[in-house]
Design a protein around this ligand. Structure first.
Ligand code: AQP
Length: 331
């Protein structure tokens, strides 16, 4: 809470082109909080460097992610939109919370295990302590609610444990946050390997639908999506590919599972895939158009970044001054 107002915080890494997993699991849900909460939406570039990035691409994607936030409906006047590395309190509190996070807790994080396997040549300390920095991002703003995809649930629970531990040792300092997970679109899966999460860093571009893909690309990717041999559009155990396509179709059309099953009763996967592609391309069209308009105006994006960072820093300073006092740091 900040004063009387409840707070929402969330972030997305500029670590690749954003996918419909990032969109449906996270960003699309952000704007629902704008009217009733104090909202902070951050481009978490400090997190992105836990994996090697090409600097020029990281910079470009940072602008792109900010523009996408706005293109997905976040009004910069109603939401604090900012870049993590421009508010130094994130790194400062991240270090402090490292000292309140246990080695054993970090070792149990499945994202660390997955990413260490993927980046065996670069298992750096930042990859390991990523969840303490994420806790800092959230706790800096006295956040009540964190809208994320289900893959971030474990990190969020750790952020809660860190807040509780700190509060217990030093007295009430941080709001203990709750997650907000949209249960309809919890986890969008890869189109090529539907038992794995759709991820922006997937090296196979056919496995992933990017928010900014053209309609032709979208149609082609859905056409190639891995399904099964049953040729029956129904949600069922073991039909991971079809279940995933039904989830995506529902997210873009607002239909229920029963409505989708009825609509495609007796029709083949070809028809269904085409309909999913159409719904997805059509749903993303306004985002793509707005993104093109916004990204042409770099000066505007920079002014949003600057105002957002100034405002975020103001609130972050308040929390940091409390934290410093509690820890016994000399002011
Ligand atoms: N496939 C997904 N389904 C639902 N939600 C998802 N999210 C990511 N993928 C899916 C949600 O998007 C938000 C931002 O994610 P992130 O950028 O912080 O990192 P991530 O979870 O590691 O996402 P990626 O796409 O897999 O990135 P890379 O490949 O760089 O690791 C989060 O709320 C996440 O839950």
């Amino acid at each position: 809470m900040l004063g009387e107002q409840k707070v929402v915080f969330s972030g997305v890494q500029p670590s690749g082109n954003l996918t419909i997993g990032n969109y449906l699991g996270a960003i699309k849900n952000f704007s629902r909080f704008s009217d009733t909460y104090k909202t902070f939406y951050c481009v978490v570039d400090l997190h992105a460097i836990t994996v090697r990035q090409v600097p020029a691409e990281l910079r470009r994607r940072t602008y792109e992610t900010l523009a996408l936030y706005m293109a997905c409906g976040l009004d910069e006047k109603k939401n604090t939109l900012f870049v993590q590395s421009q508010v130094s309190a994130h790194a400062e509190l991240g270090w402090i919370l490292d000292c309140y996070t246990m080695f054993g807790e970090l070792s149990r994080m499945t994202q660390f295990k997955d990413k260490s396997a993927k980046h065996a040549q670069n298992i750096n300390a930042g990859l390991f302590t990523y969840p303490s920095l994420m806790a800092a991002d959230i706790l800096l703003y006295q956040t009540d609610v964190v809208p994320v995809g289900i893959d971030q649930k474990q990190h969020l629970e750790l952020a809660r444990d860190i807040a509780l531990r700190f509060n217990q040792l030093h007295g009430d300092t941080f709001t203990v946050p709750d997650g907000y997970i949209n249960t309809d679109t919890m986890k969008i899966m890869s189109l090529a390997e539907p038992t794995a999460k759709m991820s922006k860093s997937d090296p196979n571009p056919n496995a992933v639908v990017y928010i900014l893909d053209t309609k032709d690309d979208i149609m082609r990717k859905f056409k190639r999506a891995v399904t099964d041999s049953e040729a029956c559009v129904r949600m069922a155990e073991g039909k991971d590919g079809i279940n995933n396509l039904i989830t995506i179709y529902r997210a873009f059309t607002g239909k229920t599972v029963e409505e989708v099953e009825r609509e495609f009763d007796g029709r083949g996967y070809g028809d269904f895939k085409e309909a999913v592609g159409e719904a997805c391309a059509e749903g993303l069209r306004p985002v793509r158009e707005e993104f093109a308009r916004l990204s042409a105006d770099k000066a505007f994006l920079e002014s949003v970044m600057k105002n957002g960072a100034d405002e975020a820093a103001y609130y972050a300073r308040k929390t940091m001054s409390k934290v410093r006092r509690k820890l016994g740091f000399v002011n």
